[in-house]
Design a protein around this ligand. Structure first.
Ligand SMILES: Cc1cc2nc3c(=O)[nH]c(=O)nc-3n(C[C@H](O)[C@H](O)[C@H](O)COP(=O)(O)OP(=O)(O)OC[C@H]3O[C@@H](n4cnc5c(N)ncnc54)[C@H](O)[C@@H]3O)c2cc1C
Length: 464
């Protein structure tokens, strides 16, 4: 048995920086990784998808050459082998960077293998037993694949296997109309595939406001993506070379055929093969590790960070988990998960930047609110770029003047949203942002102008 001061399981977004901080503080640290260094974000999540989104965007702009005054001299064809090579290059830099930084770190030993608890203080990794007084779980999650009759027999993709695709699917069926499904759906349409997105609910991105969902559905449909809403996949089979999905639906055909199928119906935590029962670590009913506001599990000396604790599902939430744990352990801090404001982006083109509550959540809260909205076609920078899809919306509390939330669906919406987010963190009234002088021409310059037009949120509550 080898003893350490701290063991970290998983090299996602929280584990590596925490390992470096603990080791730099003088602790003897072990890091265990069973797969590729950097976890989901680096290998099968943010990094490869945003790299692919960039290729898809370039192809899209090239096809729109006439709008900008140039000619590409023929049909724009995407070479998927080169697109994948670019993705592999970017991912390779990132994953090697994570591995190198851990191996080079003084006081830190890296183990490659699957870690399982054998007691609250001990882990088995292969034939070795490692022990520590402090154990940090950063095991992340994986695609949740629904139990659909026929699925096991036909062959399908999930986010991780999509990263190996170096050919153009003739017709990609995407099951799931939320963030992952929409990003893949739009990029493959732009690469040249036919794409059909099948969503069980009445609209895409069901957690967003209906006006946001409708605008996203509008620009995806205008790019030629077929959307099947209110469609429940009841079975799948192979017919000839095709995947055939049978759907329970009110509108449209009961069968949808395509050449390939991507399952994008959500994520599940990697907590089922971790031996947590030997440590007594509690899980919730969906398998997420139960943690308190400082990310401590029910077992003293064991923390859970990142997607596996169910407190966030993003790279930035996992990184923020690291910051909370490191500050509280090493800097005498009092940081809490509940201090953070929900924020994320959807990387369709245009992207959606989100901060705080949605309009539907604000209506449900019963607060008196004011709202301001501007169409991207009225934003000069968007107009100049020829990218006028979408709108920006900000909601503020009518009594306290604090900003409650914002949805920026438009070019640079993922960046401009940070003006709102930082004002919210400062707990400053919206008037601070309203009076700020922003730079022309930017998307963010319209935020102060929008705030001049705040109006009461109309009754009655229509969204839900
Ligand atoms: C397609 C896709 C796109 C995404 N895009 C974005 C985006 O644009 N922005 C964003 O913020 N988020 C995005 N996400 C989410 C983001 O990738 C995750 O939230 C992020 O990676 C945080 O993960 P984590 O730190 O919890 O662990 P992970 O990154 O999942 O890493 C966990 C690590 O633990 C290892 N591991 C698991 N079990 C064991 C074990 N028993 N022993 C040893 N090692 C183990 C795994 O091999 C893995 O390396 C995306 C996700 C997907 C799937």
């Amino acid at each position: 048995m080898t003893s350490y001061d701290a063991i970290i399981i998983g090299t996602g977004q929280a584990g590596p920086p925490l390992a470096r901080r603990l080791a730099a503080s003088g602790m003897a640290v072990a890091v265990v990784e069973r797969g590729r260094f950097g976890g989901t974000c680096v290998n099968t999540g943010c990094t490869p998808t945003k790299t692919l989104v960039a290729s898809a965007y370039a192809a899209h702009l090239a096809r729109r050459g006439a709008d900008y005054g140039f000619d590409t001299g023929g049909e724009v064809k995407v070479d998927m082998k080169r697109v994948k090579a670019r993705q592999d290059y970017v991912v390779g830099l990132s994953t090697r960077g994570v591995e190198r930084s851990l191996r080079a770190q003084e006081n830190c030993r890296v183990y490659q293998g699957h870690a399982r608890f054998v007691s609250p203080r001990e882990l088995a990794v292969g034939s070795e037993i490692l022990s520590a007084e402090r154990i940090f779980i950063n095991v992340g999650g994986r695609a949740a694949v629904p139990d659909i009759p026929g699925l096991g027999d036909i062959g399908y993709f999930i986010n991780s296997s999509m990263m190996n695709v170096d050919f153009l699917p003739r017709h990609l069926l995407v099951l799931g109309g939320s963030y992952i499904g929409l990003e893949f759906g739009q990029m493959y349409r732009r690469f040249g595939s036919e794409v059909t997105i099948v969503e069980i609910g009445p609209r895409l991105t069901p957690r967003e406001d209906a006006d946001v969902s409708d605008a996203i559905a509008g620009f995806l449909a205008r790019e030629g993506i077929a959307l099947r809403l209110n469609a429940t996949c009841v079975s799948v089979s192979r017919r000839g070379g095709d995947v055939v999905m049978r759907v329970d639906c009110r509108d449209g055909a009961p069968e949808i055929a395509g050449s390939h199928l991507l399952i994008a119906t959500g994520r599940r935590p990697n907590t089922d093969d971790l031996g947590l029962e030997h440590a007594g670590v509690a899980l919730d009913r969906r398998g997420f590790i139960t943690v308190d506001d400082e990310l401590r599990t029910n077992v003293p000396g064991i923390w859970a960070l990142g997607d596996c604790n169910g407190k966030g599902a993003f790279t930035h939430t996992s990184w923020n988990d690291f910051e909370i744990v490191a500050a509280n352990l090493l800097d005498n801090g009092h940081r809490r998960v509940s201090d953070r404001i929900p924020a994320y982006a959807l990387y369709t083109d245009p992207p959606l930047g989100r901060a705080g509550m949605t309009e539907a959540e604000i209506r449900r809260s019963g607060r008196r609110a004011l709202v301001a909205r501007i169409a991207m076609e009225d934003v000069s920078r968007a107009f100049e770029k020829g990218e006028t899809e979408g709108f920006m919306k900000i909601l503020v509390d009518a009594d306290t003047k604090e900003i409650l939330g914002a949805s920026f669906l438009g070019t640079s919406g993922d960046e401009a949203i940070h003006c709102v987010l930082d004002t919210m963190y400062a707990r400053a009234p919206y008037t601070v942002l309203q009076r700020a002088m922003h730079i022309h021409p930017t998307v963010a310059e319209f935020i102060p102008t929008m705030l001049d037009d705040l109006a009461p949120l109309a009754e009655p509550a229509l969204q839900g």
